[in-house]
Every structure is written in C-alpha cells, then in structure tokens.
Ligand binder design. Structure first.
Ligand SMILES: [Zn+2]
Length: 393
C-alpha cells in the first residue's frame, strides 16, 4: 500500500489521524477546498499555503476537457503545473460527467458524453479515468463509479451498484498496471530515485527506479493511492454489500459516494452512519461532496476523515458568508455603514483588515476583490472548523 494512515487519537467514533502522502502530511479530519480547474477560484496558491491548506481537490472532468491531460502531463503533472507542492486528490470525472455534460450514454464499457464547453464528444471509462488521473499525478485518485440518481428503485440501485463494482475492479487493474507512469517520475528523477513504484511483482519499473513492495511503513509515501467508492443509494443492505465487495477488491482508502444528490439531510446522515460500520477502521474514509459547517462537524464525529464541498467557495462568490454568528448575506443594505469586521471571532486576513461596509461595497460594485476576500474568509471558516474538531478529539 502506498499511503500511510496513522491514527493518533480516537474519541468515540471520531479519529484524529495523519495521512502521509507523497506531497506532505495531511492532518485529518480534513476539509479539502475544491480547486476545480487547477485553481481555487480567486485565491492564489501562496495564500492557500498561508491558510494552512494541506490538500486540494482537483476535478478530472474539467482538466481533461481543458487544458487536457496530455498537456498537464507534459508540463510535469498537476502539482508542477499549478505550482502546488502539497497534496492533491482528484475525482474520477464520473460525477461531473453525470451532472454537467449533455447526451450521456452509459454502457458497460464506459460513458460517452458531450463536453459542456463546446459540445465535442468524449469517452470516459474506468481505464481512461484512471489513466487521466495517473497523468495528472494527484496523490490520491478515485475509482471510476456511477453516481446513482435520487430517487431510484431497488433494481436500478442494484444494477448501478453492480456496474460500479465491475468498474472498481477495472479501475484497480488499470492502476496496478500503469501507476509507475505518474509524471513525478520523469520530472523529479532525484525524488524518484529510491522510490517504491510498486508494480507488485518485483519487476523493475520503466524509469529504472528501484521497485519494492511499499508495505514497509518506514518508507515515506511516494506513490499514488487509489480509493474505492461505496455506492448503493439510500438502501442500507446495498450499502453494506457495496462496502464489503469494494473492500474485497482492496483499496488504499474508501469513499462514501452517491450522497448529496437531492435526498433529505437526515437521510444522508443515516446512510453515512450505516455505511461507516462496514468500512475498515485502519483506512481513511472520505465522504464526497458535503456539506455545511455544521454537517462537516457532524460527519467528522461519526468517523469520516476527509470531506470536500464547493459550498464555502461558491457561496462566497455569491456574497454568502459563514461566521461564528451565523450566515451573513453581505449584499444586504444593512451592512453599508457597518464598520465591524465580518466575523469578530475570525482571525483570517480579511476579518483582521476590512469592515463589513467595505465588503458590502465591493460586492455591490461587482469588484473582483469581493470574490477573492469572501472566498478567503469562507475557506478560513471551514478550515478553522476542522481545526477545532481535530483539537476536540
Ligand atoms: Zn474571516
């Protein structure tokens, strides 16, 4: 296995851990800001470092369409392309294909779809999605799955889950066969000198690196990790079966997918809780695409280690700000003469320096800086929320 996951403390179901990735350590439970197109919209990388972001999420679908996987690979992979030396997780592209693209056609082989940018036709399969993620070179990559819609009847849920399981096995097979093609190998020959590019059978890898099984925990993690995704909709029995059979295939970590697709929040929580019972305790658990500040605290307390959501960044661009005193819509006229900081309990660079009146002015004048400052604050709020959760464990 290529990912070290060190559980340092537990408190009931919650765990405080360190993920050792090829690009640094990540303290969990962690909230991962979404950097869709190789950027967290509006926030430069040096500032993300200042905010102590340890891991970013990149969207394979968007990067695949623009600027293209080959282009990023030629430029040294996603870390070097966007000048982000810390950890990155990429999704498989599946979710965006299902939510953004037009004219999807799903077959056993994969998904044919039209780009939401220019209508061009593309094909994503377990093999091409894993190949794309190896080309991008994220530290953690995801198996290609079908995100089942909500609501769906039991037959549809089972058929979809079965296909996701077959796709998971194909994802793993392709990963095993091609993981030594990660772009760090070529761009960072020194870095990859003594690397364990695990091909599993002791053969030398293409780049001539010494190849050993990376089960030796004394070695730093220097290879990509692949996570499997549990599906099964809102059906507890199918979730259990999906978890068990995904674990049988064997992954470095496990994600709970197929949630936040329009179901009531109480149901999301119920499914998360029941799915977690079936996941191995010694592997990282990633809940995809959630949630509000209250929800991420709740899920961390249930034993989730990793989460991502566009909410803090997207809401910020619409002037919706999360504060210790509740949500604030900065567009409201009541803030036009308000000299107080956005959130008196927040120590982010925005709250330390600017007034609500100024932030309201920037928003109503449609200034670019409005989106930048709002995003910095909201991200800080989410990151601080997780810091507090870690300290409480
Ligand atoms: Zn702030």
């Amino acid at each position: 296995m290529s990912l070290r996951f060190e559980i340092r403390k537990t408190n009931n179901a919650a765990r405080r851990s360190t993920l050792h990735t090829p690009h640094g350590e990540v303290e969990t439970p962690v909230f991962m800001p979404v950097g869709t197109a190789a950027t967290v919209k509006g926030v430069p990388q040096d500032l993300l470092e200042q905010l102590d972001v340890q891991i970013l999420l990149g969207n394979t679908y968007h990067l695949y369409l623009r600027p293209g996987i080959d282009q990023i690979r030629k430029l040294g992979g996603l870390h070097r392309f966007m000048s982000w030396p810390r950890a990155i997780l990429t999704d498989s592209g599946g979710f965006q294909v299902f939510s953004l693209s037009d004219l999807r056609k799903v077959t056993e082989e994969g998904v044919t779809f039209r780009s939401h940018l220019d209508g061009s036709s593309h094909f994503l399969s377990p093999e091409t999605a894993i190949g794309a993620q190896i080309g991008l070179g994220a530290d953690i990559i995801m198996a290609f799955d079908e995100c089942t819609e909500f609501p769906a009847d039991r037959k549809r849920l089972r058929d979809s889950m079965e296909m996701t399981l077959r796709w998971a096995a194909r994802s793993k097979k392709h990963f095993q066969e091609h993981k030594s093609e990660v772009p760090w190998a070529r761009i960072y020959p020194d870095y990859y000198d003594d690397v364990c590019v695990c091909v599993g059978d002791g053969q030398a890898s293409k780049n001539g690196a010494r190849v050993i099984e990376n089960d030796d925990l004394r070695l730093p993690a220097k290879a990509q990790a692949l996570f499997g995704i549990v599906q099964g909709g809102m059906d507890h029995a199918l979730r259990k079966e999906s978890a068990e059979r995904t674990i049988d295939i064997g992954f470095d970590g496990y994600a709970v997918g197929g949630l936040s697709v329009g179901e009531p929040r109480a149901l999301t929580r119920e499914v998360v809780e029941s799915t977690l019972q079936h996941l191995p305790k010694d592997k990282p658990r990633y809940l995809m695409g959630v949630g509000t500040p209250e929800e991420i605290v709740e899920y961390a307390n249930l034993g989730i280690d990793m989460m991502d959501c566009v909410l803090p960044t997207r809401a910020a661009r619409h002037g919706l700000l999360f504060t210790s005193e509740g949500k604030i819509s900065i567009k409201q006229a009541r803030y036009s003469g308000d000299q107080s900081p956005l959130d008196p309990s927040c120590s982010c660079p925005v709250c330390r320096r600017y007034s609500r009146a100024y932030l309201r002015h920037l928003y109503s004048s449609n200034e670019v800086l409005s989106q930048v400052l709002n995003t910095i604050h909201n991200l800080t709020y989410y990151l601080d929320t997780m810091r507090r959760v870690r300290h409480s464990i």
